[in-house]
Design a protein around this ligand. Structure first.
Ligand SMILES: NC(=O)C1=CN([C@@H]2O[C@H](COP(=O)(O)OP(=O)(O)OC[C@H]3O[C@@H](n4cnc5c(N)ncnc54)[C@H](O)[C@@H]3O)[C@@H](O)[C@H]2O)C=CC1
Ligand SMILES: O=C(O)C(=O)COP(=O)(O)O
Length: 540
């Protein structure tokens, strides 16, 4: 039974996929402090949050069973992503479900700002009939500057166009063609700041966007402009804004978000006559809350059941057609990693994945975490390494990763060669998928083999001398070990040679040592293709 903790108010309707699942138990406990969450999180497989719960490193470390943290919304700045990644916990969000709602809130804020609606309402209900203080401005023919043209920014631009506004915007990822189709003139942040009558920000809060609008920007702004933030507190410098309002540079500001939420009771925004505020309500509609809860519940259940999922924030997203083409290779990559690491001595320095044949036409980077999982789980534990943290763990160990591609293959239409360079040697193996059969190891170094990834294989390096093969056969036979298949290869008569023996049961340490005692034998290595390859090496 999977246990899911919902620690923020999330739509019951949207959570139905989880609450109705027979293999899931949902607990809704909101308003927990960090300490309270730390004391309960150890029993849960998944944690679902909105923006209130701050999912700190301490909470993540206490979540010994946690496999997934689901964010019913867009921003994941309340979740320590590095801590989640290094623990191999997937973080998923629901990026599409609240776009329209947040866009509409931004528009409501812009119109309220243009017409002083909150201030006029407050006075009117207080019994004052003041028709002089609230002279507004029209939106039509005004220039709206949009910083951040992602999902929400673009929706805002579309609505603004319908209101007859002129649009200028900046987003490092929006192409000229797309902008043109949307009727947005792309400009630099500096041009937008100098020319816009209204500015609205729709970026995430990052190192680059933190205080993107500060004193320096207010100093060159068009006098009498108005500014809106329904994205994240901290994108606009709050103190610099108050100064700009007091100096008459800015005519009004509308904020849904704050640098620290909730803001302190003496926060200057809360009593400034030219600032209107809402308590982070951008995503708060019935529709958006249902949408994001449905989306995130679906992803969480997929992850818990080990089914394909989307919207992982701390893993690259693989488009579904590419995923379909690469999926059959995932297990093979893990098996190649697990086999090769058992053949190799020394500390791993470099991993190279060479994709040959038709595979070379695809983006093969999603294969890397599987290769690394195979390699790293031999030394670490399988519970410790997964495809979320494999790259992170490799980087922590200074393991260099390279992907190479070639259209040429030696045998099958596609094959993958994995190379490991360690502090003392370099070894490589090649695998492929045989139609109707499955994954096979087809070369160990330069030696052709056809081995399924199951059971045990002995790799023996010896001097090519008459009688050595017979002695190995006799020794294994005397130890009750049957040889299923055997391949031999050598570089020249009397030179270096190898034996690759598929054996029906595991060779004991004694057997390995007896093999090594044969004078011509230089190295013996046992490869276990089981989930966790057991150490079976013996060498001088
Ligand atoms: N107030 C609220 O309740 C809500 C707030 N949000 C916030 O709104 C923001 C936007 O959300 P979405 O549009 O869904 O995200 P998105 O990821 O679709 O769009 C963000 C855009 O910002 C752009 N960007 C990043 N750095 C930039 C920079 N330095 N300058 C200009 N553009 C930059 C990105 O290229 C991207 O296109 C996020 O911060 C999100 O957390 C989202 C939903 C509700
Ligand atoms: O989705 C987002 O990024 C939001 O800011 C919405 O936050 P909330 O879910 O309302 O706490």
């Amino acid at each position: 039974m999977f246990k899911v903790l919902v620690s923020d108010p999330i739509s019951d309707f949207g959570l139905q996929q989880l609450t109705r699942a027979e293999d899931v138990e949902v607990a809704k406990i909101t308003g927990l402090s960090e300490e309270e969450l730390i004391s309960v999180i150890h029993s849960y497989d998944a944690l679902l949050v909105r923006s209130q719960t701050k999912v700190t490193k301490r909470i993540i470390e206490a979540g010994v069973r946690l496999q997934v943290i689901g964010r019913a919304g867009v921003g994941v700045d309340n979740i320590d992503l590095d801590a989640a990644t290094s623990r191999g916990i997937v973080v998923v969000n629901a990026p599409d479900g609240n776009t329209v709602t947040t866009c509409e809130h931004t528009f409501a804020m812009m119109m309220s700002l243009a017409r002083h609606i909150p201030q006029a309402y407050t006075k009117t209900v207080a019994g004052q009939w003041d028709r002089k203080s609230f002279l507004g401005v029209e939106l039509r023919n005004k220039t709206l500057g949009v910083l951040g043209l992602g999902r929400i920014g673009i929706e805002v631009a579309k609505l603004a166009a319908a209101f007859g506004m002129t649009l200028i915007g900046y987003d490092p990822f929006l192409s000229e063609e797309r902008a043109e189709k949307l009727g947005i003139k792309l400009a630099t942040v500096d041009t937008i700041i100098r020319t816009a009558d209204f500015i609205t920000v729709h970026t995430p809060l990052t190192d680059e966007t933190h205080h993107m609008i500060a004193r320096q920007q207010f100093d060159v702004m068009k006098r009498g402009m108005r500014i809106i933030n329904c994205a994240r507190g901290g994108i606009i410098d709050e103190s610099a804004l108050v100064e700009a309002l007091d100096e008459g540079i800015v005519a009004g500001a509308a904020f849904d978000v704050f640098e620290h939420e909730p803001p302190a009771p003496d926060h200057p925004f809360l009593r400034h006559p030219k600032i209107i505020v809402t308590p982070h309500l951008g995503a708060s509609t019935l529709e958006a809350q249902e949408n994001v809860a449905v989306d995130v519940s679906e992803q969480v259940i997929h992850i818990l059941r080990e089914e394909p999922f989307k919207n992982a924030v701390n893993m690259p997203t693989v488009p579904s057609d590419l995923l379909n083409q690469l999926q059959p290779w995932f297990t093979l990559c893990e098996q190649l990693g697990r086999s090769l690491v058992q053949m190799t001595d020394g500390a791993i320095r470099e991993v190279t994945v060479e994709c040959a044949g038709e595979l070379a036409d695809l983006d093969t980077s999603p294969l890397i975490p599987y290769v690394l999982k195979g390699i790293l789980s031999h030394h670490l534990s399988t519970e410790q390494v997964n495809i979320v943290n494999a790259i992170h763990l490799a980087k922590l160990r200074d393991i260099h990763l390279t992907v190479r591609k070639s259209l040429f293959t030696e045998s099958a239409s596609c094959e993958i060669t994995l190379r490991l360079k360690t502090t003392i040697e370099e070894r490589w193996v090649t695998g492929t998928l045989l139609p109707g059969v499955g994954g096979r190891l087809v070369r160990i170094g330069p030696y052709p083999v056809v081995l399924p990834f199951e059971g045990y294989v002995l790799l023996i390096s010896q001097q090519d001398m008459p009688g050595t093969i017979g002695r190995v056969g006799t020794l294994l036979g005397d130890s009750g070990i049957n040889i299923a298949t055997m391949q031999v290869g050598r570089n020249e008569i009397g030179g270096s040679a190898v034996m690759i023996l598929k054996i029906d049961k595991k060779a004991s340490r004694n057997v390995m040592e007896s093999l090594l005692a044969i004078p011509e034998i230089k190295r013996v290595r046992e490869i276990s293709f089981d989930e966790r390859g057991e150490e079976g090496g013996a060498q001088p």
